[in-house]
Design a protein around this ligand. Structure first.
Ligand SMILES: *Cc1c(COP(=O)(O)O)cnc(C)c1O
Length: 427
C-alpha cells in the first residue's frame, strides 16, 4: 500500500483478497489452528516459521487490522491489544522492568498516569514526570542511567496540550532510549509521530479508530527505526538470548523492523493474554474504513463549537489547540496542520452550578465518560470523575469546577451550536 494515500489505506489497507476470497476481512473465530505434523508446529514454537497456533498470542483477523494501522502510521510491525491500557503497559514493559526508570510527560490520560505512577511503580519501575512545556534542560535533567523510555501523548486527554514530539524525540535519542507516543486523539489522519522522530506509537482504538462506541481495544506500532543493538547494554531483553525461546536474540533474528513487536507478542501476549477478540478487531476495521472521512467532520465540528464558545459571554475560557489564540496553537499548526480532534474543553463563569444547569439542558450532547464517538457527549469532571475533590483542590489540579469537556461527534454543526446555545441560555 506504500504509494497510496492515507484514505485509500483506511479503506483497503492490511488485507488484499486473492481470487475468489472474501472481499471483507474474514473473522477467524477460532482459538486454535491445526497442523499435520508436530514438526510443523514445533517450528512455530521456536519462532523458526511464522503462523498461528493459539489466539491468546495471535489471530489472523487481528493481524490484518494491525497491518492496516501499521500502514497508516508508516511503521514496520504492529499488534492489537485488548485495550489502550494494555497497549501502553505492553509498550513500556517490553523494554523496562524492575529496577528501571521511565520519563513521561505529566499531561497524559488519567488511566495511563495511574498505570505508570502506581501500578508500574509497584513492579519496581520508577517514573519522572515532566511538563509537556519543559525546556531542554528540564527534560535532560529527568534522565537517569537506568532510564529505558520516554512517553507522551500527541494531544493529551483531557488537558488537550500538544507534545513537542521533535524535542522529546531528540532528547530521548541523545540518552539512547526510544520515544513512545500515544497518538489516540490525533490519529494518523492528523499526525504521524514517526515523521517527527517518535519510535513507537500506541493507540486506544476505543476512541476515534473505532469511532462508534462499539469495542474497547488498543494497538502498538513500531517504526522499525530504533537501533536496539547500538544500545545493547540498555536493552538486554532485546539484545541478549531469551531462554524461554531457545536462546533467540530478538534484535538479531528479527532486526530493527520486527524485534520489538515479536518480543512483545511472544513474551507479553503469551504471558498476559491481553488479546483483542477477532470479532472486536472486525468492528475496529469497520471504523478504520471511514476514519479519514470522520476525522475531518469531527475537526470541523470541534472548530465550530470552540469558536462559538470563545465568543460567548457566559464562557470564561476555551481550550482547543486548532483555535487561534490557544496556548498550543503554534505547536498544533506544526504537528496538526490539517486539524486536531473533536474534543474541546471550556470553563463556564458560574462554576459547578452553571455546569450542572448547562449539561441538564443539553438535548443532543449526552453526559458520558466517553470521548471520540460519532455521537456528541460531554462531561463535567467536578461532578463526576473528580467529584470527591473540593473546589480549591480542583483549581489546584487545573480542573476548575466549571470545566466541561465536550467531544464533538458527527452531527450537523448547526444543530450542535443550537443545542449548546439554548443550554447556555438556561444557566
Ligand atoms: C482512553 C485512552 C487510553 C486508555 O484506553 P482504553 O481503551 O480505555 O483502555 C489511553 N490513552 C488515551 C490517550 C486515551 O484517551
Amino acid at each position: 500500500m506504500g504509494t497510496n494515500g492515507l484514505g485509500t489505506t483506511c479503506v483497503q489497507g492490511g488485507y488484499t483478497p486473492g481470487n475468489g476470497e472474501p472481499r471483507q476481512i474474514p473473522i477467524i473465530q477460532s482459538t486454535t489452528f491445526k497442523y499435520n505434523t508436530s514438526e510443523d508446529m514445533g517450528k512455530l514454537f521456536d519462532l523458526e516459521a511464522s503462523g498461528y497456533f493459539y489466539t491468546r498470542l495471535q489471530n489472523p483477523t487481528n493481524d490484518m487490522v494491525a497491518r492496516k494501522i501499521c500502514e497508516l502510521e508508516g511503521g514496520t510491525a504492529a499488534m492489537l491489544t485488548s485495550s489502550g491500557q494494555a497497549a501502553n503497559f505492553f509498550a513500556l514493559f517490553n523494554i523496562a522492568s524492575c529496577g528501571d526508570h521511565i520519563v513521561s510527560s505529566s499531561s497524559i490520560y488519567g488511566g495511563t498516569f495511574n498505570l505508570i505512577s502506581v501500578t508500574m511503580r509497584k513492579m519496581g519501575i520508577e517514573v519522572t514526570f515532566v511538563s509537556p512545556d519543559c525546556t531542554d534542560e528540564e527534560l535532560n535533567a529527568a534522565f537517569r542511567p537506568n532510564t529505558k523510555a520516554v512517553f507522551g501523548e500527541t494531544i493529551a486527554n483531557p488537558a488537550l496540550t500538544v507534545l513537542d514530539i521533535e524535542q522529546f524525540a531528540r532528547t530521548a535519542h541523545a540518552h539512547g532510549v526510544p520515544l513512545i507516543v500515544d497518538n489516540t486523539f490525533a490519529t494518523p489522519v492528523n499526525c504521524r509521530p514517526f515523521e517527527w522522530g517518535a519510535d513507537i506509537v500506541t493507540h486506544s482504538t476505543t476512541k476515534y479508530m473505532d469511532g462508534h462506541g462499539v469495542g474497547v481495544g488498543g494497538a502498538i506500532v513500531d517504526s522499525g527505526r530504533f537501533d536496539w543493538m547500538a544500545n545493547a547494554e540498555r536493552f538486554p531483553g532485546l539484545c541478549t538470548p531469551d531462554d524461554s525461546y531457545h536462546g533467540i536474540v530478538y534484535a538479531e533474528k528479527f532486526g530493527r523492523e520486527g524485534a520489538f513487536i515479536t518480543k512483545c507478542t511472544s513474551q507479553l501476549m503469551r504471558d498476559f493474554g491481553s488479546i483483542q477478540s477477532p470479532q472486536n478487531a472486525f468492528y475496529l476495521n469497520l471504523g478504520l474504513e471511514s476514519l479519514h472521512v470522520r476525522m475531518q467532520r469531527h475537526c470541523e465540528n470541534g472548530m465550530a463549537v470552540a469558536a462559538l464558545l470563545r465568543d460567548h459571554e457566559k464562557v470564561k475560557s476555551v481550550h482547543y489547540c486548532s483555535l487561534p489564540g490557544d496556548a498550543y496553537y503554534g505547536r498544533a499548526q506544526k504537528y496538526l496542520p490539517g486539524g486536531s480532534c473533536g474534543v474541546v474543553s471550556f470553563e463556564l463563569k458560574g462554576g459547578r452550578a452553571a455546569a450542572s444547569a448547562f449539561m441538564k439542558s443539553l438535548k443532543l450532547a449526552a453526559i458520558e465518560t466517553h470521548v471520540a464517538d460519532a455521537r456528541t457527549c460531554c462531561l463535567n469532571p467536578a461532578s463526576s470523575t473528580h467529584r470527591q475533590m473540593t473546589d480549591e483542590q480542583l483549581a489546584a489540579a487545573g480542573i476548575p469546577a466549571g470545566l466541561i469537556r465536550i467531544s464533538c461527534g458527527l452531527e450537523d454543526a448547526e444543530d450542535l451550536k443550537r443545542d449548546i446555545l439554548q443550554a447556555l441560555e438556561a444557566i
